[in-house]
Design a protein around this ligand. Structure first.
Ligand SMILES: *Cc1c(COP(=O)(O)O)cnc(C)c1O
Length: 456
């Protein structure tokens, strides 16, 4: 593999020494530096919640990103550490009583499973709808919902360097992993892409693909340079490693190999986009985080940022404005602000749509045009990605103005539509059409798509 750019860019070697990746899980809660400041009751509450929701944090996040003088309000602390309010009072008490009563491991597991089952409803038809088929067979580890873009979940990339408390993919980090390792999954992916010329973007996601060794990542990405795959012009990699483990791009043993791989893909003519998950400017506050961004950009990769709006973490226009301004300064392109979707701790994090729009608008007003590339607030809902464009009044009726940024039917994209204003609504399925209309314009067609998928 040849490199077209000098990757031995000057490193601030004195200050940016390699760091050993060291991780804490629920079993280690008592050993985490910083937590000794908490009361016994607070620590117990964490134990309770961590039995149900996934918990994993690494030493860099604990020591460099969290401001322990501001705990429990610190946004990064809220981003990774379990909090009492993340379970309903009933579920919290059930688990707390089990722990206090010294229930055995198996009982706790059973209780945790039964609580989780109430937290993560997966409507069957909708799941079916996203799994693509190739020559009649379901292709595991992939989703193809929007025409241009295929999502791929490499099986070795289904964990993260730390877990976010609000993760909507949380269920895969607890209990049984049904993401089986298929040794031929790279072949399946490539076969599928070869026969789908309409696909221009491959989005490799997880978990976090950046937990993979470079040589494993290369096994999926290098073959995309084959001639039969010219139509796949963009390779996106979804990651939170720029926050949780920027050393991945700077001092890890195969960091340079990773940058060479990305450089090679760019030099061969692909658009490579690192889709970086960010929630708060504090994630960008360390020299290593900046260095990782600088080195990535030196390969010709674009970094685009996205992340959900979350109560307790970033429900604040000023924080988003600083985040976007900092990103623009560092060469990152703001891409999406999401509305938090269904997740284990949804009640704790959700923000009404009306308020989400106020936060978005407030942030937009504080940044220059280069920061206004972030679209949102956007709901990744079953029919498509729906953006809240604003709140206004039409002929005396207060309404939300909405539009599809992505739709299961591309024809839905960019069509404005209207919902009755509801100050408490937090998701598309709680909205009703404005002007007394019986349903939204896409609903009939969407229902028939589900029916067809169920029948198939
Ligand atoms: C968001 C998303 C995409 C990518 O959409 P863009 O608007 O191109 O960023 C692709 N597939 C699924 C399932 C998505 O949720």
């Amino acid at each position: 593999m040849s490199s077209t750019i000098p990757l031995d860019l000057p490193r601030a070697a004195d200050t940016l020494e390699a760091r050993r990746f060291q991780v804490f899980t629920a079993r280690d809660l008592d050993r985490i530096p910083g937590l000794d400041r908490m009361s016994a009751e607070q620590r117990f509450a964490m134990q309770v919640v961590a039995q149900v929701l996934p918990f994993r944090v690494n030493e860099y996040v604990v020591n460099e990103l969290i401001d322990w003088d501001r705990v429990p309000d610190d946004p990064i602390y809220q981003l990774v550490f379990p909090q009492r309010g993340m379970l309903s009072p009933e579920n919290f008490d059930r688990m707390a009583n089990a722990l206090r009563g010294n229930a055995d491991r198996a009982e706790i597991q059973r209780l945790a499973q039964s609580i989780r089952a109430t937290l993560n409803p997966h409507p069957a038809g909708q799941m079916e709808l996203n799994v693509p088929r190739h020559e009649g067979e379901k292709v595991e580890g992939m989703q193809h919902k929007y025409r241009e873009t295929v999502l791929f979940f490499p099986s070795q990339g289904q964990v993260c360097h730390s877990y976010c408390t609000f993760c909507f993919r949380w269920a895969q980090f607890v209990g049984d992993k049904e993401l089986r390792f298929a040794s031929n999954e790279a072949e399946q992916l490539l076969d599928y892409l070869r026969s789908h010329r309409e696909v221009s973007d491959l989005l490799v996601t997880g978990g976090d693909p950046m937990v993979m060794k470079t040589r494993n990542l290369a096994q999926y990405l290098e073959p995309l340079l084959e001639r039969g795959l010219d139509h796949v012009q963009t390779i996106r990699i979804g990651t939170k490693a720029l926050t949780f483990w920027p050393y991945r791009f700077v001092t890890d043993r195969d960091s340079d190999d990773l940058l060479r791989l990305l450089d090679h893909l760019v030099a061969a003519g692909k658009h490579v986009a690192v889709m970086a998950h960010y929630n708060h400017p504090q994630e960008l506050s360390t020299p290593i985080a900046e260095e990782a961004i600088r080195r990535l950009r030196a390969t010709g990769v674009e970094i685009r940022s996205q992340g959900p709006l979350l109560n307790h973490i970033n429900n604040d226009a000023a924080a988003w404005a600083v985040l976007w301004r900092t990103q623009v300064r560092l060469g990152i392109i703001p891409y999406y602000m999401f509305v938090e979707r269904d997740t284990g701790a949804r009640r704790y994090f959700e923000v009404p749509l009306a308020q989400a729009w106020e936060v978005y608008r407030g942030a937009m007003q504080r940044v220059s045009g280069l920061g206004r590339t972030a679209r949102g607030p956007s709901m990744s809902a079953d029919p498509g990605k729906v953006e809240i464009q604003g709140v206004t009044e039409i002929h005396g009726e207060k309404v939300f103005v909405l539009r599809f940024l992505q739709g299961r039917n591309p024809d839905w994209v960019q069509r404005p539509f209207f919902a009755r204003f509801d100050p408490d609504a937090t998701w598309l399925n709680q909205l009703r059409p404005a002007f007394g209309e019986p349903e939204f314009f896409f609903e009939r067609e969407y229902r028939s798509m589900i029916a067809t998928a169920k029948a198939g």
